[in-house]
Design a protein around this ligand. Structure first.
Ligand code: CA
Length: 702
């Protein structure tokens, strides 16, 4: 009854009708709450027709990548290469703390909607930054223990007067775009498994498409579609096969299971859909990017070999039924955390004299792919950074050719790219005018080594990598370089490149004003000429903006906006990035002649004198091992914080006194510090504390 009512309400909105909403869910039912009758629908509704025709209203940013083709290109040109020198800050909102901001905002009819830290959704006047409403879904903050990279969220979706968000603890929520009141919420994951959501939903044909993350924690990836009006599950597609004894959900899973061996399902398998989607309304295909294997090491995961479908793949699914149509696997037998969850851009390119409907992706593995998006046929693939795990991608087979001597089966190997990839989630942009794709790339090699002692830990980090591996020859020359790369996708060659001082930079926007816009890790927001890469404008913003910028207009005045809050995997684990996160995380909007000012950043913290310790070298070394496994993911390897979570070397005497209760009892759960009493003994805790004190003393004496 409820569903039929929603069908009536949404009848005028849903392109392909409501029938699909009446299909039985293909997986276990989810709990759905509908707290109150829907308020009257606002005048300006977002629907598929409107998103498909987004170029007719370039002042809005209606979907994550602006359009379903995810190009992140705007036809707006009042701000252009001729006048961008007059750009200034229009308004800004300082948030509490320095947690990462990764969201691309939406702008709908003068209102800017964005997700911020801990899934708090903000709606503000897009011309002034004045807050209209906020909604806090109150996610479980200690869930960060089961997430690699902090309590981040990459954005929202809009449909039929609602705003949608996936929460870190696996819920999909719908709030009223006009009031910020909850409309419905549903748990999309088993709360007793370490799934999390950080990606932005998309809404196609009245269905909210959402995935999840956590491949390293021992889970099985999937993508789901929920009825946008009611929150009822419409379809679900698993990306890797489960235990064959339980039967296969569909023929695609049966086919995929032929490419696995051993008892992979005991590790979950991975293949999580944690970020990217695209939609072709003519083909009615939803494209899904899948993640790495869990564990990374394929000899552990699938000891008899095999491609391990659908890890590290692009999968095309029927948008209404979730049925498999085709796949292209970028990294068969994934072995390096080479996800294919990176953004997918749909475009029409002239290839060998004929127009082709293509899909483009620069996944972690270092190659740039152009694929026929109707069939999945590989059209071309060339490396965009130095690659030494494969020599090339064979056009005949569509597969990369691995370099056997660089496999780390027997001994550690220094491999390029590493687990952060040549390109991670930071979105790229395609400019139809220049024909170039602008990619935030990094060159970061990494020493891979199989952990000979590996034992699967439910809810634990299960990459299967050896934390104590001796560095392989050449590891001291490991690269860490970042650049903004302008890539010609037809010639598969570099058009221009801007060298950046740090590898981990921001997502990219391009505009018809011949502009390419990107935050740099060293705390600058920078605009370049799209055709040549010449720098036209920059402003210090006190933090590395990693999110994708947007542009929009209100009353014919163009704005450029970005969420600025340094963070992500590389920063949390890599540390050493403190100077790049001086100010708080903030939302910034720019316009020509804007005269708003940022407050000066606070002075750098002063280190209190660390306590003395009588721990011996052996206990400190044991503490380091425990720290690296349990604490380093958030507080930085070697206790050098990336400036997001507390730098433990700077703990006050009071915090040292509370160390046991914080780590074992969980007295700071409420601010995101989980309890570890299930995996740490009192003695282990003392060893970790001794290691942290030792690191503090080393720093204090420098
Ligand atoms: Ca991963």
């Amino acid at each position: 009854m409820k569903r039929s009512l929603a069908c009536l309400i949404f009848l005028s909105l849903i392109i392909s009708g409501c029938s699909s909403g009446d299909k039985e869910p293909t997986a276990t039912a989810t709990t759905t709450t509908t707290p109150a009758a829907r308020p009257a629908l606002p005048a300006n509704l977002v629907d598929g027709k409107r998103i498909i025709a987004a170029d007719a209203e370039p002042g809005n940013w209606l979907s994550h990548g602006r359009t379903y083709n995810e190009q992140r290109y705007s036809p707006l040109d009042p701000i252009n290469a001729g006048n961008v020198g007059q750009l200034g800050l229009a308004w800004h909102i300082d948030l509490d703390g320095k947690q990462a901001l990764e969201a691309t905002p939406l702008v709908i009819d003068g209102v800017l909607y964005t997700s911020t830290v801990w899934n708090v959704i903000l709606a503000v006047d897009a011309a002034t930054g004045k807050e209209l409403w906020s909604y806090d879904p109150l996610p479980r903050r200690d869930w960060t223990r089961y997430m690699c990279c902090g309590p981040v969220n990459r954005g929202l979706a809009a449909w039929g007067g609602n705003i949608y968000e996936g929460t870190i603890d696996g819920r999909l929520i719908a709030v009223d775009a006009a009031t910020g009141k909850l409309v419905w919420e549903t748990q999309t994951t088993d709360p007793n498994q370490p799934y999390s959501i950080t990606g932005a939903p998309r809404v196609v044909n009245g269905k909210v498409i959402i995935g999840n993350g956590g491949s390293e924690y021992g889970i099985r990836g999937y993508v789901s579609a929920y009825d946008a009006g009611t929150g009822a599950l419409v379809w679900r597609f698993y990306t890797v096969p489960g235990d064959p004894k339980a039967g296969f959900e569909n023929p695609a899973m049966e086919m995929a299971a032929q490419t696995w061996s051993g008892e992979w399902w005991k590790y979950g398998g991975g293949g999580t859909v944690w970020d990217s989607f695209a939609f072709d309304p003519e083909l009615n295909l939803v494209y899904v990017g899948t993640g790495n294997g869990g564990p990374w090491v394929r000899e552990i995961r699938s000891p008899g070999g095999g491609d391990n479908l659908f890890l590290s793949s692009i999968i095309a699914l029927n948008a209404d039924t979730g049925e498999y149509v085709w796949h292209y696997q970028t990294t068969p037998g994934e072995n390096w955390d080479f996800t294919a969850t990176q953004q997918m851009i749909l475009a029409e390119l002239e290839i060998d004299g004929a127009p082709r409907k293509v899909l483009m992706q620069a996944p972690k593995n270092g190659f740039f792919y152009v694929i026929d998006r109707a069939t999945g046929e590989l059209l071309s693939a060339e490396p965009i950074v130095p690659v030494n795990w494969a020599s090339h991608v064979d056009k005949a087979t569509g597969k990369p050719v691995e370099i056997a001597e660089n496999l780390y089966t027997e001994e550690a190997k220094l491999i390029s790219p590493g687990p952060n990839g040549a390109h991670d989630w930071q979105p790229m942009s395609f400019h139809p005018g220049t024909g170039l794709v602008y990619i935030p790339i990094h060159e970061m090699s990494w020493a891979y080594s199989r952990d000979p002692e590996f034992k699967f830990k439910p809810f634990g980090w299960n990459a299967g990598q050896n934390p104590n591996a001796a560095a392989p020859p050449g590891a001291t020359e490991a690269t860490a370089r970042g650049a903004l790369l302008a890539w010609d996708p037809i010639k598969q060659s570099k058009a221009w490149e801007v060298d950046l001082v740090h590898p981990w930079n921001g997502g990219v926007l391009s505009t018809a004003g011949n502009l390419v816009i990107e935050g740099a890790a060293d705390g600058r927001f920078v605009i370049y000429r799209a055709d040549t890469g010449e720098k036209l404008w920059e402003m210090p913003i006190q933090t590395g903006a990693v999110a994708g910028p947007i542009t929009y207009s209100v009353n014919d005045e163009q704005y450029i906006a970005v969420n600025a809050g340094w963070g992500g995997a590389y920063v949390l684990m890599g540390g050493g990035a403190g100077p790049m996160h001086q100010g708080p995380s903030r939302i910034l909007a720019f316009k020509l002649g804007g005269a708003d000012q940022l407050s000066p950043p606070p002075p750098p913290p002063v280190m209190p004198e660390p306590p003395t310790s009588t721990a011996n070298a052996e206990d400190i070394a044991a503490g380091q091992g425990l720290y690296m496994g349990l604490c380093g993911n958030c507080h930085g390897f070697y206790a050098i914080s990336g400036g997001i979570n507390p730098d433990l070397r700077y703990m006050s005497a009071e915090t040292h006194g509370l160390f046991r209760d914080i780590v074992l009892v969980g007295i700071r759960r409420g601010v995101g510090m989980p309890a570890f009493n299930d995996v740490l003994s009192e003695t282990d805790l003392e060893k970790i504390h001794a290691y942290v004190i030792n690191r503090a003393r080393e720093t204090y004496q420098e």
